[in-house]
Write a protein that binds this ligand. Sequence first.
Ligand SMILES: [Ca+2]
Ligand SMILES: [Ca+2]
Ligand SMILES: [Ca+2]
Length: 361
Amino acid sequence: MCIVPTRTVRATDPTCLLAGKIELTATNGDKYGVSKGATYMGPAYASATAVGTLPVLIKGNISHAADSTWTIRVFNKDNTCFKDTTVTVKALVKDATVSVANGFPVCRVNGTAYTIKFTKSPAGAVVTAKNVATGAAIPVTGDSVANIASTVAKVRLIVTNGVCKDSVDVSAPVCDKPVGSIGDLIWKDTNDNGLQDLPTEKGVSGVKVNLYAASGGTKTGSILQTKTTGTDGLYLFTGLLAGDYIVEIDKTSLKDTCAITTKQNIPGDDTKDSDFNPTSGLSQVVTLNPVFIPTTAAEILATNNLTVDAGLVKVCIVPTRTVVATNPTCLLAGKIELTATNAVSAKARLTQGQRTPVRRQ
Ligand SMILES: [Ca+2]
Ligand SMILES: [Ca+2]
Ligand SMILES: [Ca+2]
């Protein structure tokens, strides 16, 4: 005897993000089959699927592309005892997608804007763009968001197709931050006035300078960069992000008996004075706050500070020496010898039996 199955079939239309599906939510049948179309063409009872725990997902992943009609047959213990249900799942506008076509923007040259190219789907979808930080709209032309200002760190591309929306955020690379430099002259301050008297006074080559980050007014961490002055006496640290720095002169690299002038920071013109402490070899803290295109004097100094200079003077170190006098003997004449000194060269002379000290030449 056939007890015709009762059944409740639920059809869910696809959305922008989810595919459509058909579920069996209640029945007294024990098996079911499904086929596409208004007439059941699916398996017979023997090959049909056991109902199992309700609700049962009969069909998932139903496409957005077009309306589709499905017939579900629920059996009750026999191939001839069944009930069919036909449902239609409606098509919906396709999901909209957008993606960056030219990869994420490459490093920009200082001061230039960048362009994002994109692809979208479906063809009729509309793409808009905005600055994520401010919400301000950015014009879209064709498949590009062109000439994005370098001050915009992140762009959101929004694609709309009917009720369907999608978006992607595109970041500008960090290497687009403006960078600056610190320099630039180590010179021989021959008149020891703490000022560059150019062109009479010349640059000093072969002086090693180290760059450190500064924190709380003192150098911190390990050396960031090292440079050695050329024949013109110039040094330059480049590619520096905003921050505090200290320059150090490696005093062991100073030639002869050169030393850093004690006349530090003579007031008046920082482009001409000496900025290094003669004892520590350290400059004062140099603060950079670079901009892409410096125009004002303050911007130029905050971007490329070329006023960090050192005057070198040649100091006199009084020689130490030990002079030994040997009296004549029966066989040997008397003599005077220099047995110890820090002088590079020496000479002696005797006058009227009075010995003059050996002195530095
Ligand atoms: Ca001078
Ligand atoms: Ca100075
Ligand atoms: Ca200076």
